[in-house]
Design a protein around this ligand. Structure first.
Ligand SMILES: NC(=O)c1ccc[n+]([C@@H]2O[C@H](COP(=O)([O-])OP(=O)(O)OC[C@H]3O[C@@H](n4cnc5c(N)ncnc54)[C@H](OP(=O)(O)O)[C@@H]3O)[C@@H](O)[C@H]2O)c1
Length: 259
């Protein structure tokens, strides 16, 4: 067995693409996310394509500490604890300035991207320590190191995730646990649809005149980091489309620049 991977946010975008990529690589999978119907569909698809691996799913809202604990307890009871965590669930909500933003949007981002990611680590790490084996991948962002107007809280959550990732590298050094932060630029997923509260036209305009990363490009990067020999770790992997130079500055397909 190559390892058992738990993916948060496997119902869409990077998480779903990572599930497909890792199934192809022969990893056992535990798929999580809030939309149970999508988890069930993806599980059915992967089970029919990859009969040699074990695929389970568990509906999970990472903001709910009790639910996170209970998912891990069930997995432990069934001898299905993951040795690899892809901490991918996350979102940006809104693109408003601090004075105009909805505090509800801030709470969703902070509760999901920071506290949810922490819960996922906290209740897995004791098991990884006992096994003296594991790999935690944080799905961060280029904005873990950058800021932009209207992105204060989203950037703050990814800066926080970066701080958590780097602290964990120090805390877990005595154990044989690898830690990787993947920092993508623009990826064409449901991310902008969520950010703009379901406004599909506005979401599409983010990607329509550029050639952004696809979720599969990031999934390839995840597979690369996991597949390296056990003595090798990629602490940080930055990945952007060739047309992107900063969080907001991109080259459009007509050659003009945006941002
Ligand atoms: N797309 C980009 O440009 C980009 C760039 C850099 C970094 N990222 C990061 O990449 C990660 C994946 O985003 P994506 O681009 O693939 O966006 P996406 O298509 O919107 O996927 C986000 C995933 O997160 C899950 N999620 C959101 N809130 C959750 C919660 N409370 N509990 C559990 N799962 C939750 C969603 O599942 P449910 O709704 O079913 O729960 C969904 O599967 C995020 O952390 C994002 O910040 C994205």
């Amino acid at each position: 067995m190559k390892g058992r991977v738990l993916i948060t946010g496997a119902t869409s975008g990077i998480g779903a693409a990572t599930a497909r990529r890792l199934a192809q690589e022969g990893y056992d999978l535990i798929l999580t996310g809030r939309r149970a119907d999508r988890l069930a569909d993806l599980t059915t698809e992967l089970r029919s394509n990859y009969k040699q691996i074990s695929i389970d799913y568990a509906p999970l809202d990472v903001r709910d500490e009790a639910q996170v604990k209970s998912v891990y307890e069930n997995l432990e009871r069934n001898h299905k604890m993951p040795d690899i965590l892809i901490n991918n669930a996350g979102l940006a909500a809104g693109l408003a300035t601090v004075d105009e933003a909805l505090t509800e949007d801030w709470n969703r981002m902070i509760d999901t991207n920071v506290k949810g990611a922490l819960y996922m680590c906290k209740f897995l790490i004791p098991y990884l320590k006992r096994q003296n084996r594991g790999h935690i991948v944080q799905m961060s962002s280029v904005v873990s190191r950058e800021v932009y107007a209207g992105g204060s809280v989203y950037s703050a959550t990814k800066h926080a995730l970066d701080a958590i990732h780097r602290s964990l590298r120090l805390e877990l050094l005595p154990w044989n646990i690898r830690l990787t932060s993947i920092n993508p630029g623009l990826v064409e997923t449901e991310f902008s649809l969520v950010r703009f509260h379901g406004d599909a036209q506005r979401a599409q305009s983010v990607y329509s005149d550029i050639k952004p990363l696809q979720a599969e490009d990031v999934a390839d990067a995840v597979a690369y980091c996991l597949g390296l020999p056990a003595h090798v770790n990629i602490p940080e992997l930055h990945i952007t489309a060739a047309c992107q130079a900063s969080a907001t500055r991109v080259r459009k397909e007509d050659g003009s620049l945006r941002g």
